[in-house]
Design a protein around this ligand. Sequence first.
Ligand code: PEP
Length: 248
Amino acid sequence: MRQKIVAGNWKMNGSKESIVSLVSGLLKMKDSNSEVVIAPSFPYLSQVCDLVDASSLVLAAQNISHEVKGAYTGEVSASMLGDFGVKYVLLGHSERRSIYGETDAIVASKVKTALEFRLTPMLCIGETLEERQSNQTLAVCERQLQAVIALVGIESFEKMVVAYEPVWAIGTGLSASAEQAQEVHESIRAFLAKSSESVSQKVQILYGGSVKASTSSALFQMPDVDGALVGGASLDAEEFIAIIKAAG
Ligand code: PEP
């Protein structure tokens, strides 16, 4: 049985004040069977680390440098995140790929660095609307996965999470249906199984793209959907808690 993960990507949102109220709202939640993860912006990691303290909330970062340390102005290293109790790091998010030009090779090198510093990469993959309409969905996901497999090996996927995030569904209010998500998740697992059946059965595959409380129950019923990566809806404690509850 794969444990479900519900992760909130706060993106470039929040202030010292709003984060106190968001985290205190989340701390009112009873313990969940799912792992609940929150990913604040870098400046707030220390604050959130103190606020979540001994609770079961788990910290993620939204990015790292692929470099280990040195003269890389404006970058944040994997080892720095260890100082703030960060477990996960989002890598390959479509906003990083499309706005900041992160190629498959850059994403793969960040995955390698994260693993070296014992961070768990949440590797985001997914197709654009154009690619879906031209039946390229699986080819794109496989290409994005293969770049990582080629660099770190399939066995490393036991220490990673995959997030299928169709680009057309991110921040658009247009979520993939539970059936569409299941179809792609099943294919992703089948692709990983070509390299290792046992790894493919262990890896958690999250869905991301306009997940809301109202759509999450159907998603979580799907056998290959092991949780959700939630953007906008994770900024509202009540809505995020409702999604967590739907995951069981
Ligand atoms: C995301 O940023 O990973 C995401 C899925 O965003 P949203 O839920 O807002 O579509």
